[in-house]
Design a protein around this ligand. Structure first.
Ligand SMILES: *Cc1c(COP(=O)(O)O)cnc(C)c1O
Length: 228
């Protein structure tokens, strides 16, 4: 397939998705494993928010797209602490703050670099030893220490439901994340005030919208199948 055909397809898909989502929901186009040209096609359709899972892959793409001045980059994958400095330099949003240690490290680097990225705390609503993220009780326990961090803007919660979960169970996960937001905000902490929910991917985003998400992260729905 030539890239102009791909560009037309991306344009159609963006148009279809935009019809389905309320204006209150921010669409993040997950461009991991897709070339810079795919980002340009989505950009032409008005998309400005792009998600990447890996710092290194993003770095290359961002260099190729340096002529587009108004992109917002979202890191959505697990971050190793040796890449934390690059992540702070390259991303305006980090959705995958998945441990207290990582949050503390990122905060220290953000302070050094004079940055204040917006961050989501990644939560495992359903226990899953194979996944990164705070359990709900770990997050509640970490709140006093997270509340000491002054450079990160801790404004969101992110979750990824376990793969293959039925629709009703997925819906329940999304609703629990929204309840967790309320529980946290009731504490009226200075540094942790949750305004955003990052939940919903290609297979389940209508459920996330129904549950009140503010950000959805769509890859295949916009760009087609990824090749590993
Ligand atoms: C890859 C990825 C997405 C996008 O997944 P699709 O199913 O292709 O929409 C969203 N969020 C995270 C964290 C991802 O890693």
């Amino acid at each position: 397939m030539s890239f102009s055909a791909a560009a037309d397809q991306i344009a159609d898909r963006v148009r279809q998705v935009q019809k389905d989502i309320p204006a209150s929901v921010r669409l993040i186009a997950v461009s991991k494993k897709f070339p810079a040209a795919a980002v340009r096609s989505a950009y032409e359709m008005g998309i400005r928010d792009f998600g990447e899972s890996q710092v290194q892959e993003a770095e290359q793409k961002q260099a190729e797209l340096a002529d587009l001045p108004d992109l917002t980059w979202h890191l959505i994958g697990h971050l190793q602490s040796n890449k934390a400095r690059k992540a702070i330099a390259q991303f305006q949003w980090i959705h995958s703050v998945d441990s207290l240690r990582l949050a503390q490290r990122l905060d220290q680097i953000a302070a050094e670099l004079g940055r204040s990225p917006q961050c989501c705390l990644q939560v495992k609503i359903v226990p899953d030893p194979a996944k990164y993220g705070f359990t709900v009780s770990e997050l509640m326990q970490a709140l006093p220490e997270l509340n000491q961090l002054h450079s990160l803007r801790l404004v969101g919660l992110m979750t990824i439901p376990p793969y293959g979960l039925a629709a009703a169970a997925t819906q329940a996960v999304f609703e629990q994340l929204r309840h967790l937001q309320e529980t946290i905000n009731q504490q009226q902490l200075q540094q942790v005030h949750i305004k955003h929910l990052s939940m919903g991917m290609s297979g389940d985003y209508p459920l996330a919208i129904a549950a009140g998400t503010t950000m959805i992260r769509l890859g295949t729905r916009l760009f087609g199948q990824r090749h590993a």
